[in-house]
Write a protein that binds this ligand. Structure first.
Ligand code: GLC
Length: 464
């Protein structure tokens, strides 16, 4: 029995063990003292290239102020699709090279369904979005979790020339009439420029126009993907027809079929068009460019067909935490700083990004320097349009872009093009039936719906 008083016998082995133990006890404090100061934690963020440039100084400032926490930014491509492809390439390989990803709002459902994101509410609090303008909160939290903290609150907007008209048009009919008159008077070469290239920007334009003509791209609820498309509705066909007629009648240049945001912006900034469809950053970009329209640009919400109240497509980029991040707490601290009001204020002043925090829309310095804020707040409060919230969104968007872009460059009819887009979308949704739910084993085991799927009420509110 231990402690019975029996003496232990000394053996050569136990003497050696004792000596070693003594040596360790002597050397240990010295080893502890000599240990290098804990290395700084590095949080790695992957962002599209314009955001890397826009935030470079702010990140350098953060790194100067935080000796123990470093932000390392990796540069991704410009376009949202190429950026997502790059991120997914790494994620499919189980590569956790990044802690944070700056995500387009249109990616979230897919990333959540694939299990690539970690919920943020435990790190940032259940009320993390509460002080944001309502529209800016949309598309970040669903299925009972917060997946993304938005850094920008952008929506599609209509830019117009204050030197050529007293007020912006409110309807598609007015826009076309004013554009034609100004073209006939030789005031501008083109009436309206927008994004017609086969890329995500065209899907954003189409979403606005489908709603502007009384249709909807996505009907929430039915089917295993959480909804179904309605691209062959009268409203959707009228939308495609309006756009193609703008090109065929010369209100928009044929080249619009190859325009992304920058091409349209440059043409408008050069004084060659009466109207431009773009995101909020375009205003600052035009002002910085110092071209002939500086000081002559008004900003308004996008137009819709007479009698229909519509809105702009919800853009927005936000930070999400990637599953596998070795230090989620540190990453959450970086999210708090990166998406916080101070950083966003600097980005409004410098880059013209639309903020998400309500308090920044009240800020008098910002209001003075950035007249667009009032309209932007209105666009966000009116319920911006959300792209279909489904993990299959990228494929659905691709099908729509192809058909509409094809229509712009051929002699086909809008009804045929949209009929094809609808048929192909239906095949896609059917052939991947169960995709979203099937990829959510944990949620199913717990008897819940898939975590990517917003409740029907949420979806209705988000696409209202
Ligand atoms: C802007 C929007 C984004 C959209 C993209 C399309 O970056 O913020 O949501 O997908 O434009 O080009």
């Amino acid at each position: 029995m231990a402690g019975s008083g029996a003496r232990r016998r000394l053996t050569p082995g136990s003497v050696l063990a004792g000596l070693l133990l003594g040596l360790v006890l002597i050397l240990l404090p010295a080893a502890l003292l000599a240990r290098p100061v804990a290395a700084a934690t590095t949080v790695r963020v992957l962002m599209p290239s314009p955001f890397v440039d826009a935030t470079a100084e702010l990140v350098a400032g953060f790194n100067r102020d935080h000796p123990n926490l470093k932000v390392e930014v990796a540069r991704g491509p410009l376009d949202t699709e190429a950026m997502s492809d790059l991120a997914i390439g790494g994620l499919l390989l189980g590569d956790t090279a990044y802690d944070l990803l700056l995500m387009d709002v249109s990616w979230t459902a897919k990333y959540v369904a694939a299990g690539w994101l970690l919920p943020l509410e435990g790190l940032l609090g259940d009320d993390a979005l509460e002080a944001m303008v309502p529209g800016a909160r949309v598309g970040n939290a669903f299925g009972g979790h917060l997946w993304r903290m938005p850094l920008t609150g952008d929506t599609g907007l209509l830019y117009w020339r204050t030197d050529l008209m007293a007020a912006p048009p409110r309807t598609t009919t007015e826009l076309e009439a004013v554009a034609r008159r100004l073209q006939a008077e030789g005031k501008v070469r083109w009436g309206y420029v927008w994004q017609g290239r086969q890329y995500e920007g065209l899907s954003c334009v189409m979403l606005e126009m489908i709603h502007a003509f009384g249709g909807q791209w996505w009907q929430v609820g039915a089917g295993p993907a959480g909804g179904q498309t309605e691209l062959d509705s009268a409203g959707a066909i009228a939308a495609a027809d309006w756009l193609v007629q703008l090109v065929r009648s010369g209100v928009s240049p044929e080249a619009v079929a190859d325009f992304a945001e920058n091409e349209a912006l440059q043409l408008f900034a050069a004084g060659d068009a009466a109207f431009l469809r773009n995101w909020p950053y375009a205003w600052r970009e035009i002002e910085k460019g110092g071209g002939p329209v500086v000081g002559k640009v008004g900003v308004s919400t996008v137009v819709s067909a007479p009698g229909i109240h519509s809105g702009g497509t919800l853009g927005t980029w936000g930070l999400s935490l990637l599953a596998g991040s070795p230090h989620p707490e540190a990453a959450a601290e970086v999210i708090r700083w990166f998406t916080g009001p101070e950083t966003q204020k600097a980005l409004v002043l410098d880059q013209g990004y639309a903020p998400t925090w309500a308090v920044l829309y009240e800020d008098s310095e910002l209001q003075q320097q950035h007249p667009l804020l009032a309209v932007q707040r209105q666009a966000l409060e009116q319920g911006p349009l959300v792209r279909p919230l489904t993990p299959l969104y990228a494929q659905l968007s691709d099908l729509l872009q192809r058909q509409v872009n094809g229509l712009l460059t051929t002699a086909g009819s809008a009804a045929d093009a949209m009929g094809r887009a609808q048929g192909q979308s239906a095949v896609l949704l059917e052939s991947t039936a169960g995709h979203g739910r099937g990829s959510e084993p944990q949620a199913r085991a717990a008897g819940r719906g898939p975590t990517w799927l917003p409740s029907q009420a949420q979806q209705r509110q988000q696409s209202a």
